[in-house]
Design a protein around this ligand. Structure first.
Ligand code: FMN
Length: 181
């Protein structure tokens, strides 16, 4: 299967990327084709709420976001990964997730395949953001897509670049989730 791995961190060599790469390793070893997108460097317009997607038309934006959206509408699976910024996902990831509306809202389009969700953060422990992550899992994913949720992974106690290298348990879990695709 084709899997799009969306990294919402602005730090290319940061903790999110380290964990994400480990999950990608599991996916690739299972024979899946994984395409990673570093969202911060892409040209992705936020949804303008024009609602033309409700009329069965493609999103009005022909930007890098369209490349991602078109592959999802063709059945690609997904990994979304983000650091926690002020208690939530980064703007980079939220911007493309809002564009998922152009599939959800289009009577002729739908999602299929699977999704895994990764969040990294500095606060110690791996369950502080569970209520937020449960919400993300519920909406958009369970409520607004047909994607099957593979798993979610919260990695706490990582702040500076390189911290995730020491998070052996989280790296192992990420790899194992990758194998589940
Ligand atoms: C603007 C900003 C806001 C942050 N907000 C939080 C927060 O609310 N809770 C938390 O635990 N960590 C917070 N952090 C820390 C990051 O989540 C943490 O450093 C993460 O590992 C960064 O991932 P990266 O290395 O992939 O960029 C924040 C960091 C920044 C730069």
């Amino acid at each position: 299967m084709k899997i799009l791995a969306l990294n919402g961190s602005p730090r290319k060599k940061g903790n999110t990327n380290r964990i994400l790469d480990e999950m990608i390793k599991g996916c690739s070893e299972n024979g899946h084709e994984v395409k990673k997108y570093f969202l911060d460097k892409l040209d992705i317009n936020p949804c303008s709420g024009c609602e033309i997607c409700a009329k069965g038309k493609d999103c009005r934006f022909e930007d890098d976001g369209a490349e991602i959206i078109n592959q999802l509408a063709e059945g690609a699976s997904l990994i979304v990964a983000s650091p926690i910024y002020f208690g939530q996902m980064t703007a980079q990831l939220k911007t493309i997730i809002d564009r998922f509306y152009s599939i959800f809202n289009n009577p002729d389009k739908h999602f299929e395949g699977k999704v895994a969700i990764i969040f990294t953060h500095a606060y110690p422990g791996d369950d502080f953001y569970k209520p937020y992550i449960d919400l993300v899992k519920a909406q958009p994913f369970e409520n607004n897509t047909e994607l099957e949720i593979v798993d979610t992974l919260e990695v706490g106690g990582v702040k500076y670049i390189g911290d995730a290298d020491k998070a052996a348990e989280a790296l192992k879990k990420a790899y194992e989730i990758g194998l589940k695709f």
